[in-house]
Write a protein that binds this ligand. Structure first.
Ligand code: ZN
Length: 250
């Protein structure tokens, strides 16, 4: 175990008010490509750039084309929680971790057993009829062709925050409070360049800011501990093997 991971283990053992803030890098080990990395979706060839297709106006005006892209590039029905998701669920179960704040829409933290998950960009696992507000699982998107329709005739929309749409003020305020009140803040798998990450992190008041990222971020200079390791490896080693594998269904 590296020196840095030993330090993280110490920090985790001595706190019961840990908050985790994560981005796309948390899910790459589950086979979901990093949305904004060089190898991610932005290099894929499509008629429009992903930022355009994944915008509110494109959804409203070209719903069928939106869904063609969305089904192919945004849904990973076979993806399973990895060691990072599982370690965080374990920390929460032990009463040490108070919240997981994520920019991901894949729902893998919840699948791993985490309860207090604040999904800044929503969840692809929830889908809502735009007419009657009925909620559907992701299956209705996967199993339908073209535009998925509610029995009432309304168009079903994923409960994810598209470009041009605002984030939920309730989720934002819960996340900001969790960060403000945290003793330990672990940031992983994000370069922190995506709104509103950087602004939220500024609310942290503690002195145990841990960054786990393979590459440099603009927040490195504020960090009390930097771990240049895969997030699954770092958290798995620091949380400790054993009890985590008792979680049923994971
Ligand atoms: Zn409906």
């Amino acid at each position: 175990m590296s020196n840095e991971i030993e330090k993280l283990k110490d920090i985790l053992q001595n706190s019961d008010n840990i908050v985790f803030f994560g981005g796309a890098g948390v899910s790459t080990e589950s086979g979901i490509p990093d949305f904004r990395s060089a190898d991610g979706l932005y290099n894929e060839s499509y008629n429009y750039p992903p930022e355009t297709i994944l915008s509110h106006s494109f959804f409203m005006e070209n719903t069928e084309e939106f869904y063609r892209f969305y089904r192919e590039k945004m849904l990973y029905p076979g993806a399973k929680p990895n060691n990072a998701h599982k370690a965080l669920a374990e920390l929460e179960k032990k009463g040490k971790l108070k919240a997981v704040i994520t920019q991901n829409v894949d729902g893998l933290h919840t699948l791993a057993g985490s309860k207090n998950v604040l999904e800044l960009h929503g969840s692809a696992l929830r889908n809502i009829c735009m007419s009657c507000k009925e909620c559907f699982s992701v299956d209705i998107i996967i199993e339908s062709k073209g535009i998925p329709l509610c029995p009432c005739g309304g168009v079903i929309k994923p409960d994810v925050v598209l470009y041009e749409e605002g984030l939920s003020p309730i989720v934002m305020s819960k996340a900001t409070k969790a960060i403000h009140d945290a003793d330990v803040l672990i940031i992983g798998g994000t370069s922190l360049n995506v709104y509103p990450a950087a602004g939220m992190i500024n609310h942290y008041r503690g002195n145990k800011l841990v960054l786990i990222n393979k590459t440099e971020t603009s927040f490195d200079r504020y960090a009390d501990l930097i771990i240049r390791e895969k997030i699954g490896v770092a958290l798995d080693s620091a949380v400790g093997k054993g009890e985590r594998y008792d979680i049923q269904g994971v």
